[in-house]
Structure formats: structure tokens, C-alpha cells
Write a protein that binds this ligand. Sequence first.
Ligand code: 5CA
Ligand code: ZN
Length: 431
Amino acid sequence: MLTWPAPEIPVLPGHGGTVRVHDSTTGALVEAAPGRDAGMYVCGITPYDATHIGHAATYLAFDLLLRAWRDAGKAVTYVSNVTDVDDPLLERAADTGMDWRELALEQTALFREDMTALGVVPPDVWDGAVESIPRVVAAVEQMLDAGTAYRVPLRDAGAGGTQPDLGDVYADLSADSAFGTVSRLDRSQMLALFAERGGDPDAPGKRDPLDPVLWRRERVGEPAWDGGALGTGRPGWHIECAVIARDALGVSFDVQGGGTDLLFPHHEMSASHVRSLASAAGTGAAGCAHAHVHAGMVALDGHKMSKSRGNLELVSRLRATGVDPMAVRLAILAHHYREDWEWSAADVTAGEARLARWRDAVSGNGGPDAAATLAELRAAVATDLDAPRALRAVDHWCDAVAAGDPDDGSWEVGAPGIVARAIDALLGIRM
Ligand code: 5CA
Ligand code: ZN
């Protein structure tokens, strides 16, 4: 898909060190990309009611990671998706009487604008679910051939179009001995989350209630695509991300990212599908992602901000009221990415005040030595993307500027320029 314009990232003196992040699987801080370069897949939006502050917070977290990697001298391949056909999108379109394609296009365009305004680095590969269907079909056919997927006969009236004999296709999780190693949840937790987050544990004919759908055959009133030997239908959610990630990054890559709501079932299932595809292709058991990194949930009015609940603050609404997107960015970065937190109007006010203070400080002639501030900024982001700590370091430098030149020769003429560039390059805040 067409992405959005990449922000200019200023070059800084020297370079950052090893970047460590919290891996949800082990609970430990791990080197995010141990090899020479870095590959990252971050789950993209389902395009309706985008972009709320929760989405923005998740994408900003991975934007910091990408910027820290680049500062450390790594070439980064960043891959993401747009779930431009899925149950929640179709349901919303039906509720509002809109064509689902129109809704997806409109919301994807809005997302591009919001990401541009927030200065988020775009993915190198940004694939839509719909455009990936031929590759998903081929993948599901491979899994059927390898015996890691099975068909479930259709029961709904009119399902399956002209080929009602071809059933839905589900992954057989019993074929994957590594299933469960991403989230490490016990079965009862898995069952509860699967039911809560888009799964169909009670669908008749499945071998295991947790088996996820790979190909959903055509249903009356639902869009469907040619699925070759699978029959007309549409892709399951997890296989979509598995195929897009595998095709762009290979079966092993550095970071799989998203919000904590995706750890199970989505990332567990995607990793399982990637493994099944690797074994079907004879490329061996893949490790999938080296680290699974998850951003905390942003809430509003006491509940997780969500499109389905409708308790939203949209980036586009804030922009429309004249809030500087850099103040929104600062408001979000004031919270550590792993924190679950509640959005409030006070966050914007604080972001605006900080932005004004910073802009004032970097526009003066000279300031305290920037080297220590740059080093602290780098250390903060390299240590599990600690944006609040990075913000404090800049605040501290700005406080010293506000206190005035001590006239002891310690101020440097070039310091504001270096701090401004560091803020821009590492935190994505344009001064
Ligand atoms: N299309 C799928 C992923 S393949 C999806 O989850 N889309 S989404 O639009 O619902 O969410 C997009 C991203 O924002 C996901 O990474 C999700 O984990 C994250 N997200 C959703 N709600 C919140 C929230 N309230 N706080 C923080 N992140 C959130
Ligand atoms: Zn995904």
C-alpha cells in the first residue's frame, strides 16, 4: 500500500549503543536486534475509527525503537499491515450503512495523515490484507497439503457459494509442538482470551476450540475472493500477518510488535503459522520473532480506549482543534510505552507546555554542554525505550538554559542545535 512521507531524521554526532527491550515471552530485557541489521513487524490498524491515542502510542513506541536502531548504525527493515478486511470492519460498515471498502480507504487515509503529522517513520513494506489474499491462499493450501490445517464443513444456509462442499479451513494446533511458547499462558487463560479477542471457540467441527480460522468460506452478505482450491472466501486474521511478515522478513526476524492485546491469541497464532509454513516449505522450524514487544493499553473513562466501545480520543480531532501534533507526541511519550495509562485533557496541556519550553530553550544563543544530554537521551531510549527518562533529560537541559548563562565560560554556542537535532532524531519531536 502507499505509505506516508518519511520524516527527515537529522544526523547526530557519534552513535547510540545496544538497544534493549522487554520481551513479553521471557519478561527479560533483551538485545532487540542482536545481528548486524534489524527487522521488525508491527501489527497495523484495522481501518475504522483510526487513529485513536492508543494506536498512536503503540506506533510511537516502535518508532522510538526504529530511531534508536538507526542511531546505533543499523539498517532497519520495518514491515506492517492494514487489516482492510475483517469481522470488526465489516460489522462497523454494516452498522453505519457504509460500504466497507469506502470505510477502509477513508480510515487508512486518515491514518496516513495522522502518522505524517506525528512524524512517525513509515514502514518499508505496508501490505493490506486484501492485496495479500493470493499469497495467503497459497500458504493455506500448503498447510492443508502438509496436514497442519483441515477443512470444516459449512453449516450456514447459503454458505460457500457455488462450492458449498468446500469447508472453512482451520489450523491444527496439535501439529505445532511449540504452540504456547510465545505467551506462555495456561489453557484456561488461552480459552478466555481467544473467546474475548475475535476467536470462535464454539464453532462446530473444530478439532480443538483454540484452532484458528485460516480461510473463511464465502457467507451470504460477506465479501469473498477467489481462493483457488480453497473455494471463495476471505483470509483469517492471524495468517494474514504471518504471511506478510514471512514474505518481507523471512521466517526469523528481530521484533514482533503491537499492543498487549495482541500477545494472545494474535501473536501466538501468527508465530505458529509461520512455523507451520516453514516446516511445510522444508525450511525447518523457525524461531519467528527473536523478541515479542508489547505496548501498554491507553484507557479513557476507565476503560481501554477502543473502537468497539467508542471511548476514543482521535489524533485527527486533536489536530482539528489546533493542537500541535508535536504536543500530542510529547503527551504520549511522557508515559513509558509499557505502562497502561489513562488519557486526559491534562496530558495535552502538559505536552503543549513542554513543547513551548523546549522550543524556547533551543532557540537561544548557546546553552550548557549538549554532550551529556545527548548521552543520557541515547541511554534512556536504549534501555527499554524509556521516553519519560529522555524527556526529563531534555527538561533538565532546558531548565539550565532558563536559569541563564552563568558567565563562567561553560556554555557552548552550538549546544541548542545539537539538543534540537537529538530531540528530533531520537524522539521525533520537530523543534
Ligand atoms: N489490525 C490488527 C492488528 S493485525 C489490530 O489490532 N488493529 S487495531 O486497529 O485494533 O490496533 C492497531 C494497533 O494499536 C495494535 O498494535 C493494537 O495492539 C494497538 N492498540 C489498540 N488499542 C490500543 C489501546 N487502547 N492502547 C494502546 N494500543 C492499542
Ligand atoms: Zn497483526
